[in-house]
Ligand binder design. Structure first.
Ligand code: C2E
Ligand code: MG
Ligand code: MG
Length: 624
């Protein structure tokens, strides 16, 4: 029987392992080693048992103890399993007389074992396995010794459970660390890890003077696979693509999946830029063979964008450039690869900067409205003005509305900017109308389809018409819309246009003839004015057919009861022809270019003898 001092030493040793990060194996090795020292036995071993799995011997104090543990595991019988199943200690004082596990008894007797005492490793209702104590001579263990051994087994079990929980926890955290950095579907590095690896590659490149390249591959028509077959088949395809791309990699390359069908390859060790062409070719031939999926064979190609690292560039910027190159490749019709084009990139960078700066353009007073007179074709009297937006960017200078308006639409700013133009135009018109001759002059304001379809647009027009500084008689305001407004949701667009008509404002169908369905909707479009697009006017001198088209549009407008305005009139000949066919009004450089509000003020301050506003004459001299 161990003395109390020895027992308490072993127990306190276990207690210390509790607060340190002792691995399970060390706990068990120490248990069997110490127990042999303090109890009257020749060997000890531990077998762990998990329900549904084979028992695992995990510790033994010496070679023969190891043999007995192995025997029990191999034979699937022995005191260990008995103790585990019953939850009670098993005492075999004389193995020769043992009948419960004959196969083990006979083999163990041959190997020299005479007595065995086994204690379940239990912790509350849990059982983890058993501790076996072996003796080379028969005879029982004293009751106190049995009790001490069970105590040690119980304490060891408690610590084992604790260590197991600790290792499970660290396994879970390792797993969740892995999954936070990898794509769950393909197991490839995700965006976070890829950016990190790319940052390292860029740092290494500074030292090695090599040229890292990023190849950004996007599958062509992947959405069609998802839509036609199912997302499950789409997933199968992504996994198969990942495998084929992985097979192309050299050890130093990295492949990651950014999102959806976007894969990125980082190639660090290029000696010469031309090598990327060969890699891109390999990608395209790797994807060239049909993919054998559960729905049958599927063909798939990819567009690949390539960018080389610029000195000092961040990983995100490099990825972005490769992404842009991919779009350039897509624009070629898919299945291509494309090294980033510097000019396109510059243009795109500029667009990004402009879009960003547009947010503060109104506040910084960079936006202005210019006005272009619209004149009566016969007597050249001004009948109104078209408001045209101007942006003077502090770095890039004047930005054309054909660039600015789409940017405002993309940035979600068109509603705010459009409302600003409308208010500005109404306020300017009101100021000019202080001069008697200008009282009846109207103003036309362009409205983008996005702006028109924004909820609350009609209310915002109503508010501006009723405001004390912008207030305008509705009949003096014309809103210019193009027929593209009818493309997406024509029913709703027609409702909005109807509501605007209810307010009493005029509607003008701008750029007529360039849209896709001019005649389809013409009878439903509640327009008061039709503006013939300037491309038709520009072609008037090319011959009779262009003239016939313009003449028909004029007579069509007349039949539909609309006023007709010719846009982009630049020459005396064009003006003369438009007079001949009775086009109501003209607008163009031949009469006047768009000008700032104060110049309009000066213009209307000089009425002619009849009290109408006539433009200064430069007839015959073309644009001013
Ligand atoms: P638009 O509404 O058809 O405006 C007429 C455009 O033709 C204006 O271009 C004007 O400067 C130009 N123009 C006028 N006379 C002539 C001429 O004789 N020859 C030539 N070659 N061009 C002439 P701008 O100001 O560059 O505006 C372009 C387009 O941008 C406008 O076409 C309009 O669709 C849009 N836009 C302009 N301001 C606004 C605005 O405040 N809101 C919205 N939504 N769109 C606007
Ligand atoms: Mg217009
Ligand atoms: Mg137009």
């Amino acid at each position: 029987m161990p003395n109390e001092k020895q027992l308490s030493e072993v127990l306190s040793e276990f207690a210390r392992t509790m607060v340190t990060e002792f691995p399970i194996q060390r706990i068990l090795d120490r248990l069997v080693e110490r127990i042999v020292e303090i109890l009257p036995i020749t060997g000890a071993g531990v077998t762990l048992i998990t329900p549904g799995a084979d028992p695992r011997y995990v510790a033994a104090s010496d070679e023969s103890a190891l043999l007995y543990e192995k025997l029990q595991t191999e034979l699937g019988e022995g005191p260990c399993l008995l103790a585990y199943n019953s939850g009670d200690a098993v005492s075999v004082a004389d193995l020769c007389k043992e009948t419960r596990f004959p196969a083990f008894a006979s083999r163990a007797l041959d190997a020299g074992l005479r007595a065995v005492f086994t204690f379940p490793l239990r912790s509350g209702a849990d059982r983890l396995g058993a501790l076996d104590l072996y003796r080379g001579e028969h005879g029982p263990l004293e009751e106190e010794t049995m009790a001490a051994a069970q105590t040690l087994a119980d304490v060891a079990a408690a610590y084992l459970l604790n260590a197991q929980a600790r290792s499970e926890l660290s396994e879970i955290s390792a797993r969740s660390h892995f999954s936070s950095l990898h794509d769950a579907l393909t197991g490839l590095p995700n965006r976070v890890l890829l950016v990190e690896l790319l940052e390292f590659a860029l740092l290494r490149a500074i030292r090695s003077k090599r040229l890292p390249a990023v190849l950004f591959a996007d599958l062509d028509q992947f959405k069609a696979v998802n839509d036609t077959y199912s997302h499950r088949v789409g997933d199968e395809l992504l996994i198969a693509v990942a495998e084929r791309l992985e097979n192309l990699l050299r050890p130093s390359d990295v492949l990651g999946r950014l999102s959806g069908d976007e894969f990125v390859m980082v190639c660090e060790d290029l000696d010469h830029p031309s090598q990327v062409d060969a890699i891109a070719e390999r990608i395209s031939s790797a994807l060239g063979a049909p993919f054998d999926l559960s729905c049958g064979p599927v063909d798939m190609a990819a567009s690949v964008g390539i960018a080389f690292a610029d000195h000092g560039e961040s990983a995100e910027d490099l990825l972005h450039r490769a992404d842009m190159a991919m779009y350039q490749a897509k624009a070629k019709g898919g299945g291509h690869h494309q090294i980033i084009d510097a000019h396109e990139q510059e243009a795109s960078d500029r667009r990004t900067a402009l879009k960003f700066d547009l947010h503060t353009a109104v506040k910084n007073r960079e936006l202005h409205v210019h006005y272009q007179p619209i004149v009566n074709t016969t007597d050249r009297h001004i009948i109104g003005f078209e408001a045209l937006l101007r942006w003077t960017h502090p770095t890039y200078g004047p930005i054309s509305p054909s660039v600015l308006i789409p940017l405002a639409e993309e940035a979600g700013l068109i509603g705010a900017i459009g409302a600003w133009v409308l208010a500005q135009a109404c306020a300017d018109r009101r100021r000019w109308s202080d001069v008697d001759v200008a009282v009846g002059l109207g103003v036309s304001v362009n409205v983008s389809p996005y702006q028109l379809m924004e909820p609350g647009f009609v209310d915002s027009v109503k508010a501006i018409l009723g405001d004390s500084t912008t207030g305008t008689e509705p009949a003096l305001l014309t809103l210019e819309v193009t027929e593209s407004v009818l493309i997406h949701d024509s029913a709703r667009a027609l409702l909005v246009l109807g509501d605007l008509k209810q307010l009493g404002v005029n509607l003008s169908l701008d750029d007529f003839g360039t849209g896709y369905s001019s005649l389809n909707y013409l009878d439903q479009f509640p327009a008061d004015v039709l503006k013939i697009d300037q491309t038709f006017i520009g072609r008037l001198d090319q011959g009779r057919s262009s003239q016939a088209i313009v003449a028909s549009i004029v007579s069509l407008s007349r039949t539909l009861g609309m006023q007709v305005v010719a846009e982009g009139v630049e020459t005396v000949e064009q003006h003369e022809f438009l007079s001949e066919i009775d086009c109501d009004a003209c607008q163009g450089f031949y009469f006047a270019k768009p000008m700032p509000s104060n110049e309009i003020g000066t213009l209307i301050d000089r009425p002619d003898d009849n009290g109408a506003v006539l433009l200064p004459v430069f007839a015959g001299s073309g644009p001013a």
